[in-house]
Structures are given as C-alpha cells and as structure tokens.
Ligand binder design. Structure first.
Ligand code: FAD
Length: 390
C-alpha cells in the first residue's frame, strides 16, 4: 500500500492526469511566487497593486478564460480550470475572484452569447490579460432577485441608450470592458460596454472587511450610448447571466477548497509545534477531533469538486449540481477556516497567519454567486418540485 499522505489522505492525486498535475503545479508555483509573499500587506492596506501586471501574468499562464476554446484561450478541461481556481484561492479569494470574473463571467458571456465580431474584438486581449473585464448584474436594490432590475436599455434610432446602477461589481474600476445586463422591451439583455464610453463611471467601493485584495465597484450608467451591435445577440432573459454564473460557481466549488486547504495546513502545522500543558496541542484529543473532521470535509469537498468537473467535461453538469457543490463547499470551507482559527488561538486573529484572511474572504464567497439560501432553494425546488423562492 502507498504510505498515508497527510496532504492527500484519500489519494485524490491518483484521479489526476499528468497534464492536470502540471497545470496545478504551475499555478501553485506562480501563486507562491507572486501572491503569497505580498498578500498580507495588500489585504491590510485593502489594495491589489499591480493588478494589471498580475492579470497579464495570469494571461500568460493561460488562466484567463482557461476552459474556453479559440480566440487565444487555453481550451483546458473543466478539471484543470478547477485545479487552477483551487490553487489561486489557496493564495487568496481575491485573486481567484479576479480570474473567475474575467474568465467565467465576462469572457464566458461574450464567448457563449456574443457575435463573431464581439468575440474577435474582445476575447484575445482578455485572454492575455491586456483587457480586464467585469460583469454587472447585481444592483443596489436587486441582488438575489435580479428579475426586478432597474437598469434598462432603450432604443434611439439604431443605437442603444443604457441607464442605471450596478453594485458590488468585481474588477469594475480596472475594467476595460463591462458586460452589463439590462432590461429592454425584449426582456433582459447583455451589453458589451467599453468602459471609456461617455456616461460610464465605476467608482471603487471601500471599507470592505472581506475580499480586501480585490477591486469591487459600483457601475454608474448615465445615458451610455452604444451602437446597435453592442448587445449580445444570442440570448434573451435571465438565462443569459444565470448560465454565466453557473460556470463561475463551478470554479468556486473548487476555489473554496483552496482557502480551506491553506487554513487547514496552517492549523495542522501549528498543532504539531505549539505546546501547552507540556505537549504539542495536536496531541490533545479535542484538537485531533477538529483536525480529523476538517480533513474529512476538505477532501470530501475536493472529491465533490472533481466529480462535478468530470460531469462538466462530459457535458452532463446540471445547474442544481453546481448549487449542490457551491452550497456544500463554501459552507464547509468557512467552517474549516473558523475551526482552524480556534487551533491557532490568539495567533489565529493575526494577519501573520492566513486563516482569518481566508475566513473573512469566504464571507463574500458565501454571499456572491448565489447566497447559501438561494442554493438551498434551488435544491429544495429540485427535490420537491415546489418553488419556495417567492
Ligand atoms: P439580498 O439578495 O438582499 O439577500 C439578503 C439576504 O436575504 C441573504 O441572506 C439572502 O439569501 C436572503 N434572501 C433573499 N431572498 C430570499 C428568499 N426568497 N428566501 C430566503 N432568503 C432570502 N454581483 C455582480 O453582478 N457582479 C460581481 O462581480 C459581483 N461581485 C461581488 C463581490 C463582492 C465582494 C460581493 C460581496 C458581492 C458581489 N456581487 C457581484 C454581488 C452578489 O452577487 C450579491 O451580493 C448577492 O447576489 C446577494 O445579493 P444582495 O447582497 O443584494 O443580498
């Protein structure tokens, strides 16, 4: 039998191909080199300096629009994209959010629903990280229930005129292009908005206690005039943004396990070395119970993510299954961070260790891309056939 590996107690590495491992190791090395040495300081100062350089580097790794094909995208498998999300979020959820929004929301929307011209114009430069994208669905008064959105687009001749406000938009202030969802006479439609269009502004949101190393913004659309071909031609209705969100949520199923893994590793290392009452705290049964329970949830979560990845690669992943994964993995990840925090005692609240940073980041991850409650309702509806959303 192979020896027990504390880093991989279930032997999940056996499920990966050599290419999967190469992708994982490349992203892990990049994050160790470019993010980990700086992240505590960025987090403390609430900034992500050099975001454009980071985006370009992520582009050269092939991590932007990673599982999309053509237009300079890497065409990686869903499992490989998931592994990249896990490694990025093991560094910080903010970095993974940058990549998710770029690839799974902004690029995915254009790739799936855009015209050939829109794809040619935007995707190659987004894949390299030269152009950063954002995705505006949430509004100040419409989060979980986007159907009531106030942002609207009206026709003026052949032009579109877009007005309204979006809130909590990742990458907003640094984006060169915004995919904005707006109500029209023809239902909800997506618009590809160059951010230098007159009437568009993206003031940054400050005073966040979560995802501090991530740019979050308001989008202000004040009679933004766009040509007829700015609308995404291939989709009408909320099906458009919801299918993008399903793709991004899939990445979160993996990513959240990265934050959990980093916290668990910090707690395990601490439990082995920190001594109280004359022995390492890892030698106390209560600490071992925490470590064992965390390891079980962590590796079950990774196994679940892998299973969903294989289904996505086979074209068999249902949105309810993505809800299943997001609900479970983010909820368990935050529990793992909180339990790790207790093992580190007072040191657990310090930015010298990663756990509190990951725990507070996951408060956002728990809420965005569908709250816990929304995913419970999705599953509840699928199980019972009864809609409890309203
Ligand atoms: P609400 O919808 O007001 O919900 C508040 C509470 O009520 C929640 O607990 C919710 O589950 C509960 N609730 C609501 N309805 C029901 C119901 N029927 N039954 C039971 N409970 C209910 N959005 C974007 O479009 N693009 C982005 O890039 C983006 N990035 C984000 C980055 C960060 C850091 C954060 C924090 C958010 C981001 N969001 C983004 C917004 C995010 O998707 C929303 O916050 C989320 O959808 C929840 O909406 P809300 O905050 O308005 O909460």
């Amino acid at each position: 039998l192979p020896p027990f590996d504390a880093a991989d107690p279930l032997g999940l590495d056996d499920l990966l191909t050599d290419e999967d491992r190469a992708v994982r190791d490349t992203v892990r090395r990049w994050a160790a080199d470019r993010v980990l040495p700086h992240i505590a300081g960025w987090y403390e100062r609430g900034e992500l300096p050099g975001i454009r350089d980071l985006a370009r580097e992520l582009g050269s790794l092939g991590a932007l629009g990673m599982s999309l094909t053509g237009y300079g995208c890497a065409g990686a498998s869903a499992v490989q994209y998931g592994l990249a999300c896990l490694e990025l979020e093991a560094a910080d959820s903010g970095i993974r959010s940058l990549v998710s929004v770029q690839g799974s929301l902004a690029m995915y929307a254009i790739h799936r629903f855009g015209s050939e011209e829109q794809k040619q114009h935007w995707l190659p430069r987004m894949a390299t990280g030269e152009v950063i994208g954002c995705f505006g669905l949430t509004e100040p008064d419409h989060g979980s229930d986007p159907a009531g959105m106030r942002t609207h687009a009206r026709r003026d001749g052949s032009d579109w005129v877009l007005s309204g406000r979006k809130m909590w938009i990742t990458n907003g202030s640094v984006a060169g292009v915004a995919v904005v969802w707006a109500a029209t006479d023809d239902g909800v439609r997506g618009f590809v908005v160059p951010t230098d269009t007159p009437g568009f502004a993206a003031p940054e949101i400050h005073h966040k206690w979560s995802l501090r190393a991530s740019v979050t913004s308001e989008l202000v659309l004040d009679d933004v005039r766009l040509p007829a071909d700015a609308a995404l031609p291939e989709v009408r209705g909320l099906r458009g943004p919801l299918s993008c969100l399903s793709h991004a949520r899939y990445g979160i199923v993996w990513g959240s396990m990265g934050a959990a893994r980093a916290s668990f590793e910090a707690a395990l290392e601490y439990a082995r070395t920190r001594e109280q009452f004359g022995k390492p705290i890892g030698g106390f049964q209560l600490t071992q119970a925490k470590l064992a329970d965390m390891a079980v949830e962590l590796h079950k979560g990774i196994l679940l993510a892998h299973h969903l990845g294989l289904r996505m690669d086979a074209g068999r992943l249902r949105p309810e299954q993505v809800s299943f994964g997001k609900l479970n993995n983010v909820r368990e990840a935050i529990e793992i961070c909180r339990t790790s925090r207790t093992i580190l005692g007072a040191n657990g609240i310090s930015l010298e260790y990663p756990v509190m940073r990951h725990a507070t980041n996951l408060e956002s991850v728990l809420t965005y891309e569908g709250t816990v409650e929304m995913h419970q309702l999705v599953l509840g509806k699928a199980l019972t056939g009864l809609d409890a959303f309203r």
